[in-house]
Design a protein around this ligand. Structure first.
Ligand code: KIV
Ligand code: ZN
Length: 391
């Protein structure tokens, strides 16, 4: 069976940068955009040009340097936003305007004080207007997650007729369950005329911790683009994490879905974004967190030392992490102590290991972690000399 490509639409520089305290200057954005291009993302959402002169300038400069990816700019459904976005994208090799409007009752009533018919009219006008400037127009139905499938289908059919090339179905508030979001995509595939000529895109937020699960449910039901950010940063609880969806598709080849991402660059890209934004991810973050390949309990360490696959489903090298780490704590067993001692040059005999292990445990009980210096000290106290060169 042939493998279906899922386009990766990175919005680190737009939805990700909306995070309080994560503001980047143009120079930082250029460095990240260039790294995203090398990583292999298909689309870079570079900003929301009408929002500020700085954002306009960033989109303009990013458009000049990006060689492979489509460069996309966000707008609301009005002519001024679209004109400014088009101007900011004028140097892009592959420009895309991302325009749209809220479609849920909550947005229509409270945000726009409008009606469903008027919202459809504005959606059509926005897409048709964007089409005057660029061929590639993506439409977002904001709060699609809480929009009835029937009305959403109506909106989608009309914007396809107006020329939309990509339909973004955002779960803006992170409300949907994976079954529900997947069913929404399936409903659109089965009920919208012209849907087979466009790409359906998943844009999921993480308010209930389901952003990644929902995006995967979306592509399992026919969506072919995922909007995501490095480290899952974004409004409130964040967006779908790029590294997570990419590795899920890679680790489950029977889904027949793959991306163009060079996964070996995931860790360094994550580090770049963390450092540039000053937003450090939690150690237990999937794929790129500091503990993602660290083993500290004796049972797990023993298994990993015998064969990495006993407790790791991803080869760390596949995401650009040098190796799995065996952390020495009071929960570690003899196998881990022998392994780490060997790494720093001591090939312990069984007798030496049996002698030293109780001392190690006593020390470890009073410290969070036992490091290489502590190991050297322990060996000195026991008159154990190096037998090999440290690895
Ligand atoms: O979450 C959302 O709905 C968005 C749109 C502007 C695409 O970010
Ligand atoms: Zn969003």
């Amino acid at each position: 069976m042939s493998i279906n490509n899922v386009q990766i639409f990175d919005t680190t520089l737009r939805d990700g940068e909306q995070v309080p305290g994560c503001k980047l200057n143009t120079e930082q954005k250029l460095i990240i955009a260039n790294r995203l291009d090398i990583l292999g993302v298909d689309v870079i959402e570079a900003g929301f040009p009408v929002s500020s002169p700085g954002d306009y300038n960033s989109v303009l400069e990013i458009s000049k340097i990006i060689k492979n990816a489509t460069v996309c700019a966000l707008t609301r459904a009005n002519q001024k936003d679209i004109e400014v976005a088009a101007a900011a994208l004028k140097y892009a090799k592959r420009p895309r305007i991302h325009t749209g409007i809220g479609t849920s009752d909550s947005h229509i009533i409270y945000k726009f004080n409008s009606t469903q018919d008027k919202i459809i009219e504005r959606a059509i006008e926005a897409v048709a207007y964007a089409k005057k400037f660029v061929e590639d127009v993506e439409f977002y139905a904001e709060d699609a997650g809480r929009t009835s499938n029937e009305f959403l289908a109506k909106v989608c059919e009309q914007v396809i007729k107006a020329g939309a090339t990509v339909l973004n179905i955002p779960d803006t508030t992170g409300y949907c369950l994976p079954d529900e979001y997947g069913a929404k995509i399936k409903f659109l595939k089965e009920n919208v005329k012209g849907i087979h000529n466009v790409i359906i895109s998943c844009h999921c937020h993480n308010d209930l911790g389901l952003a990644t699960a929902n995006a995967i449910a979306g592509v399992q039901n026919g969506a072919r683009q995922i909007e995501c950010t490095i480290n899952g940063i974004g409004e409130r609880a964040g967006n779908t994490a790029l590294e997570e969806v990419v590795m899920i598709l890679k680790q489950h080849p029977y889904l027949n879905l793959d991306t163009n991402i060079n996964t070996r660059l995931l860790y360094e890209t994550s580090q770049l974004v963390q450092q540039s934004m000053g937003m450090i991810v939690q150690p237990n973050k999937a794929i790129i967190g500091e503990n993602a390949f660290a083993h500290s309990s004796g049972i797990h360490q023993d298994g990993v030392i015998k064969n990495r696959e006993t407790y790791e489903i991803i080869n760390p090298a596949d995401v650009g992490v040098n190796e799995s780490s065996i952390i020495l704590t009071a929960r570690s067993g003899r196998a881990a102590l022998a392994y780490r001692a060997k790494n720093v040059g001591y090939d312990l005999t069984k007798i030496e290991l049996d002698d030293i292990y109780p001392q190690f445990l006593q020390f470890a009980d009073h410290h969070k972690e036992v490091n290489d210096n502590d190991l050297h000290h322990l060996m000195e106290l026991n008159h154990i000399h190096k037998t090999s060169i440290a690895i």
